[in-house]
Design a protein. Structure first.
Length: 261
């Protein structure tokens, strides 16, 4: 009896082992077939029909996700793949300065075609958008700065396509302000370059940096309240003669000299 039971158990083990091998072989075959089908689909030309949601095993379609999303959804053989397309944005100018009277202004937005963006103000009570708060592609963003009837200067920002545009506005009769800049003079060779000037003043005092020459460009920190720093660039001098320019910050002047080639 014990030998018969042992023999039956041995036969069952052999049967299970055979079934396991068969199952593994079938799974491997299915995997290879699916891999071949996917490779065949990817090797075929893509259909670029916008907005299509139809799924066919022999076609690849492209579906935009949303107007504001820089991505597209690729649908292939019943599967889905998200592929991100980079959108580039830039604004000009990056900042502005206003007196207490306020005024209207605008910012130029450059964006890749079809790329969505939004615009908003962090101080809507006095820095207000007057143009659309969203769109696609390049556009002009308009705004208005209200009169500042307070005794203090203020700053607000517009966020446009993730970039920051800063508005600085003077306060009403802030009193006498004392400004100190360093350095007050600087020299460049004919190649030009980039440098900065520091500004020291009181917390209630606003200021703006202005260049009097096109070859000296304020690149950041055009305006501020309290202490700050202004970065500027000097273009290459191809005139054959030495030249000079100034950057005026409040009532102080930085003299920029450049040698000839």
């Amino acid at each position: 009896m014990h030998q018969i039971k042992a023999g039956k158990r041995h036969q069952r083990l052999r049967f299970w082992a055979a079934n396991s091998k068969a199952t593994a072989a079938i799974a491997l075959s299915l995997t290879l077939l699916l891999a071949g089908a996917t490779a065949a689909n990817w090797g075929r030309p893509m259909s670029t029909t916008q907005g299509s949601k139809e799924k066919k095993s022999s076609e690849v379609t492209i579906e935009s996700l949303a107007a504001s999303a820089p991505s597209k959804e690729y649908i292939y053989a019943g599967g889905r793949l998200i592929a991100t397309e980079e959108c580039g944005y830039s604004i000009s100018p990056a900042d502005a300065f206003y007196s207490t009277a306020g005024a209207e202004g605008s910012v130029n937005l450059t964006a890749s075609a079809g790329c969505g963006w939004t615009a908003s103000s962090n101080q809507p009570a006095w820095l207000t958008l007057t143009s659309a708060g969203s769109g696609t592609g390049s556009d002009t963003i308009s705004y208005i700065v209200r009169d500042n009837v307070t005794g203090s200067p203020r700053q607000g920002t517009l966020t446009i396509a993730g970039l920051t545009f800063t508005v600085t506005q003077e306060g009403l009769d802030p009193g006498e302000c004392v400004y100190v800049i360093s350095p007050t003079t600087i020299s460049f060779n004919a190649i030009g370059g980039v440098s900065s000037v520091s500004v020291v003043t009181e917390e209630r005092c606003a200021w703006q940096a202005v260049s009097n020459a096109t070859w000296v460009t304020i690149t950041s920190g055009c305006c501020g309240i309290d202490d700050g720093q202004v970065t500027y660039s000097v273009a290459q001098n191809t005139t054959g003669a030495g030249r000079a320019a100034t950057i005026t910050i409040a009532d102080k002047t930085l003299t920029v000299k450049q040698k000839a080639t």
